[in-house]
Design a protein around this ligand. Structure first.
Ligand code: NDP
Length: 276
């Protein structure tokens, strides 16, 4: 059985290693490759992969929205998010698209904050595929989600789909938070960290927060997490846990519901990250 992850860049993707470790838990044999695609070539690359017998694929930055437009069947949650991270072949040229990012994030947040109800204010920075995929899961857990993005039109569009979603003007991030906003969890769902850039965010946003979460992960940490630490945030987390959790949920979709144990895989990846 062969699987792949499509993205750009993709060279450092940990997905092949994660899925190999999951497969070992169930004594399954699989091949999981990285597929670098261009914007113009993404749809054809995916089609060629499934024509050649691909059993499933993941989609990452920047193709999640393109993937949602490409599939013949969308799960309701992927349709609402307008983003797909998991492709499942249905035969006869049909392709289903789902998004496991939201549930993956929730599983990681429950691990990080086991004693805290998630019915709190959550500030999500970014409005791309990853950000839109986590709104529903956060709202279902009772969170009041506030979203801000460099390009504001994207948040307004998401508010049409998610009526409870609050918007914050991006400029407000660089000022002390108004009394109306006291987010306990601040999530960086932008790809700024991928480019090694921080965000224009005032340290006071972090002083009152319980958790700063960067969906991105890097051996040396990220600028966003350094900003959060300097701002006095109580707890910091990168997106490695979310990566492993969303991968486990994709794995279950491809392998008859078999859900891998993520604890040991996350520990092994952390160890590997610091050994490299
Ligand atoms: P998209 O390309 O769909 O969206 C990118 C988002 O980042 C947009 O909101 C964009 O704003 C914003 N952005 C990019 N550069 C900057 C910048 N310099 N300053 C401010 N905002 C910026 O990407 P995804 O949503 O798919 O992924 C976003 C991040 O989440 C990536 O780092 C990715 O690696 C990570 N991720 C991690 C996962 C995990 O499992 N840990 C899962 C999914 C994603 P604008 O609209 O203005 O362009």
């Amino acid at each position: 059985m062969k699987f792949s992850v499509f993205g750009n860049p993709i060279a450092h993707s940990l997905s092949p290693s994660i899925h190999q470790q999951f497969a070992e838990q169930f004594d399954l044999e699989l091949e999981y490759s990285r597929s670098l695609a261009s914007n113009a070539g993404f749809a054809e690359a995916v089609a060629a992969f499934f024509r050649s017998g691909g059993a499933g694929a993941n989609v990452t930055v920047p193709f999640k929205s393109k993937a949602a437009a490409l599939v013949t069947h969308l799960t309701p949650r992927a349709a609402r998010a307008g983003a797909v991270n998991t492709l499942i072949p249905l035969g006869h040229g049909q392709l289903a698209g789902d998004s496991t990012d939201g549930e993956g994030l929730m599983r990681d947040l429950q691990r990080l904050l086991p004693r805290q109800a998630l019915a709190v204010e959550v500030l999500v920075i970014g409005a791309g595929g990853a950000a839109s995929s986590v709104i529903e899961a956060l709202q279902d857990a009772g969170a009041n989600v506030i979203m801000t993005n460099r390009s504001e039109g994207k948040v307004a569009a998401l508010q049409q789909t998610f009526p409870g979603l609050d918007a914050l003007r991006y400029e407000e991030l660089s000022r002390t938070p108004a009394a109306a906003f006291t987010p306990k969890i601040i999530i960086n769902a932008t790809s700024a960290s991928l480019a090694g850039a921080g965000l224009p965010i005032h340290p006071d946003w972090f002083a009152q927060a319980d958790l700063a979460y960067d969906m991105m992960y890097a051996k040396d940490g990220t600028d966003f997490l350094r900003q959060a630490k300097n701002g006095g945030c109580r707890q910091l987390a990168d997106g490695l846990g979310m990566l492993v959790e969303q991968a486990a949920l994709s794995f279950a979709l491809w392998h008859d519901g078999r859900l891998p144990n993520t604890t040991q895989v996350l520990a092994a990846l952390r160890q590997q990250m610091f050994a490299d």
